[in-house]
Design a protein around this ligand. Structure first.
Ligand SMILES: [Zn+2]
Length: 355
């Protein structure tokens, strides 16, 4: 039998995952276990103020520690920063913070071939356990890079429980959106013969259903609810590792969000907020139960309308028309090729108002 190249499946996953109340206390033992004696902590000013002393208290005695505060995800700036860091003095990179510091740490770790330790302080999107890094390129356009998944993921639920609710609701948006990203991926398998590992799609589906099936608990932000949200993010990260791309977790709803970022820079909402609204539109286009997705977002306290992400119906419709032009990856938007008028109707019917 002749094997074609797409039948090959090869991927990396995190070695150690620790999720729980007070999990951050496990860091010294875990870091020693992976042979990391000197740690570069990548964080931002806010999180350093909040958690820096605790991390220093935990690690300073037996580890060599360095701190870098980042305020941007602009790739050329990070490439300059990468050159300035004395890498020979560090064994691993620890990303401590919300979305951005973790992404930046993942990028710096990948560039310097050091193990990456992901310590998210909120779950505002699905990146904390994934190999994907979201940056801005030279012209400020969003850039998604496939790097290396974290060697270690430590999520302290006590810390995450103190994250602003808006960030966690945004995380719900990014995770429930796997309903439509998987629908897009399956469409591409059916209609374009795209080869996507089935296991990666099952993982992404499981991530979405963990949130959907448990939305009462998740949106009351109990410890169990938060753990379910974190576990869903972990499954989504694994889905992307298995697929070798963001494909299972990023479809038309993400293209809509990227188009919003591109057309209305500095406006719009958080990533997961935009993606959630995009998922309502995509679910409608796929003939799925879009009202259910809207209901999930509402319960989590995430925006369910375009005005909730700071846009008018006309502006959102323009983004919907622009979305499929941003990437060739086949989705329902590529299939339908919506014109301005159709886009307006779709946006008004689904996310134009609360109803
Ligand atoms: Zn996302």
């Amino acid at each position: 039998m002749k094997l074609t190249k797409w039948l090959r499946l090869e991927f990396r996953l995190p070695w150690i995952v620790a999720i729980g109340s007070g999990s951050v206390e496990r860091l010294p033992e875990i870091l020693r276990g992976i042979g990391c004696g000197s740690v570069l902590v990548v964080t931002d000013a806010t999180i350093r103020g909040l958690l820096g002393p605790r991390v220093e208290g935990l690690l300073a005695g037996s580890f060599k520690l360095g701190f870098v505060e980042v305020s941007t995800n602009h790739q050329p700036t990070l490439d300059k920063l990468h050159v300035e860091i004395p890498w020979a003095g560090y064994d691993c990179v620890l990303g401590l913070g919300g979305g951005r510091p973790v992404d930046v740490a993942k990028y710096l770790a990948h560039k310097s071939s050091k193990p990456f330790v992901s310590v998210p302080t909120s779950i505002s999107h699905d990146g904390f356990a994934s190999p994907i890094v979201a940056l801005k390129d030279d012209s400020g356009n969003p850039l998604s890079l496939f790097t290396t998944p974290p060697r270690v993921v430590v999520v302290d639920l006590q810390i995450v429980s103190k994250a602003p609710r808006r960030l966690l609701a945004s995380g719900v948006g990014d995770l429930v959106a796997k309903v439509t990203s998987v629908a897009d991926a399956r469409l591409a398998v059916r209609e374009r013969g795209e080869e996507i590992p089935e296991s990666s799609l099952r993982l992404a589906e499981a991530a979405a259903s963990m949130v959907v099936d448990n939305i009462g608990e998740v949106s009351s932000w109990t410890e169990r609810g938060l753990r379910l949200l974190v576990e869903a993010g972990l499954l989504a990260g694994m889905a992307m590792s298995v697929a070798g791309s963001s494909r299972p977790c990023s479809g038309s709803e993400h293209l809509f969000s990227h188009a919003v970022d591109k057309l209305y820079p500095g406006r719009g909402g958080l990533h997961g907020e935009q993606v959630g609204v995009g998922a309502v539109i995509s679910a409608y286009l796929h003939g799925l139960d879009w009202r259910r997705i809207k209901g999930i977002l509402r319960r989590a306290g995430a925006p369910t309308t375009v005005s909730g992400i700071g846009l008018s119906v006309e502006e959102a419709a323009r983004a919907l028309v622009e979305a499929p032009r941003l990437r060739e990856r086949y989705t329902i938007l590529h299939k339908l090729g919506l014109g301005e008028r159709e886009a307006l109707e779709v946006v008004a019917a689904t996310v134009g108002s609360e109803e």
